[in-house]
Design a protein around this ligand. Structure first.
Ligand SMILES: Cc1ncc(COP(=O)(O)O)c(C=O)c1O
Ligand SMILES: N[C@@H](CCCC[NH3+])C(=O)O
Length: 423
């Protein structure tokens, strides 16, 4: 259950009619529900109740400052993959001591920035990165807390583009090399070993891939313990899926309870480790809708098109992954015929679509809403075709807050420079 529901045939965001928000702020428009967002965070916090756990929200899913601010106020941590994300977390009031830094290409500048901010842990993704972190920490006379991201070579059973835990993927250190890297790290004066991490993919709808990965890593943790390397945490990554259509992913407490059950014998032998999770999509996806307007309809011989004012630049997920996202009408339109539509946008690409073969009753001027749009939609938007980025609104009961204003044309070239006359 989210907070985008129909009242007398009209879609509401919490207690505001979506039609009213579209009239006030224009379309295309991202709308988030504060209550849904907080409910999702609470579900993770409750799943850890009474246990030593840390929820680190994956900033990449939606990095809007106000959203980070709301999450920071809940006391959770953050999983970042760039210096920009760290700067956002700090600007939003997040605690850098609860930040973990993932990503395969951390630059020297980013490592320095994170060390000076005092982050909780680096998730190291290669032997070369370990050397670089050690060198930067030595230069700054600091000790870098690290965990290795291990690639356990398990199938996350998700879209190949968002699967990250197979040995052909660029992420993490092959499990076969892990013991050697931990032993090397242990000899480094400016490195402090904290934990072990995996993240096997996104939009996982089953618990079994997590359990397969935990099983693989339990063997490694025992080996480490046997060779005198004691960890303080195990990070099982993000990836928990959401319902876009018929998927029935596990709930946060189902995942976390299953992880603890699988870890029970290990914890008895080596002591309890702190458990970290890095959820992104499962916190924000269904806390957002994307609202756009039908500009035209076009009935070609083979196809009906609903041409909307939102493009792949605003939400690239359907084009990039052929992702199915549910499209609904904001208001019933009884006078229109039900037809099968491809919902397409204004961008000059054949792949610019928001949905294919959708049964909808609509006419030009009608508003459509796409569910599940809080994660990886505005975060992956661009200015392609010189389209200003959309406004984003956070609804709190009957109040609407503009958390990102719509870009202007001037914003499009804000960082560009004309050549001077003489050139
Ligand atoms: C290292 C890491 N952690 C966490 C996440 C968050 O994943 P999700 O949004 O699927 O929960 C991702 C993205 O897949 C990631 O790459
Ligand atoms: N951007 C992807 C997920 C990638 C997760 C990042 N590792 C999506 O929209 O589904």
């Amino acid at each position: 259950m989210d907070h985008f529901n129909y009242q007398k045939g009209e879609l509401y965001a919490e207690n505001i009619p979506v039609k009213q928000l579209a009239a006030t702020y224009g379309t295309p428009l991202y709308i988030y529900s504060k209550a849904t967002l907080l409910r999702h965070v609470q579900a993770f916090k409750e799943a850890f109740a009474g246990r030593n756990g840390l929820v680190c929200y994956a900033v990449k899913a939606n990095s809007n400052l106000a959203i980070l601010q709301l999450l920071a106020k809940q006391g959770i941590g953050f999983d970042i993959v760039s210096g920009g994300e760290l700067a956002r977390v700090i600007a939003a009031g997040g605690d850098p001591h609860k930040v973990i830094f993932s990503g395969v290409a951390k630059t020297e500048a980013e490592i320095e920035q994170a060390l000076l901010a005092g982050i909780y842990c680096f998730n190291v993704e290669s032997a070369q990165e370990l050397d670089r972190i050690n060198a930067v920490a030595a230069r700054l006379n600091l000790v870098a807390p690290i965990s290795f991201r291990i690639n356990p070579n398990v199938d996350a059973k998700t879209h190949p583009y968002i699967s990250t835990g197979l040995k052909e993927n660029k992420f993490g250190i092959p499990i076969e090399e892990a013991l050697g890297e931990y032993q090397r790290a242990q000899t480094m004066r400016n490195i402090k070993i904290k934990g072990l991490d995996f993240h096997i993919g996104s939009q996982l709808t089953q618990i079994s891939p997590y359990i397969d990965a935990i099983k693989e890593l339990k063997r490694l943790i025992r080996q480490l313990y046997g060779s005198g390397i004691q960890l303080t945490h195990l990070d099982i990554g993000g990836g928990l899926g959401v319902t876009y259509s018929v998927e029935a992913p596990p709930l946060p407490n189902e995942l976390i309870n299953a992880a603890y059950a699988e870890l029970a014998d290990l914890f008895e032998d080596v002591g309890t480790l702190q458990l970290i999770v890095e959820p992104g999509r499962s916190i924000v996806a269904n806390a957002g809708i994307f609202v756009y307007k039908v500009e035209y309809t076009k009935d070609n011989l083979d196809k009906n098109f609903a041409i909307v004012d939102a493009g792949m630049n605003d939400n690239i997920r359907p084009s990039l992954y052929n992702a199915y996202m549910n499209i609904i009408t904001v208001e019933e339109n009884p006078s229109a015929d039900i037809k099968l539509y491809d919902v397409v946008g204004p961008v000059c690409e054949t792949g610019d679509f928001q949905g294919k073969s959708r049964q909808l009753r609509l006419a030009p001027g009608d508003l459509l809403a796409m569910r599940g749009s809080g994660a990886y939609c505005s975060a992956m938007s661009s200015n392609y075709n010189s389209r200003p980025k959309c406004a984003e609104i956070l609804v709190d009961d009957e109040k609407a807050h503009v958390i990102c204003q719509r870009e202007t044309y001037e914003d499009l070239w804000r960082n560009e420079h004309l050549l001077d006359e003489a050139s």
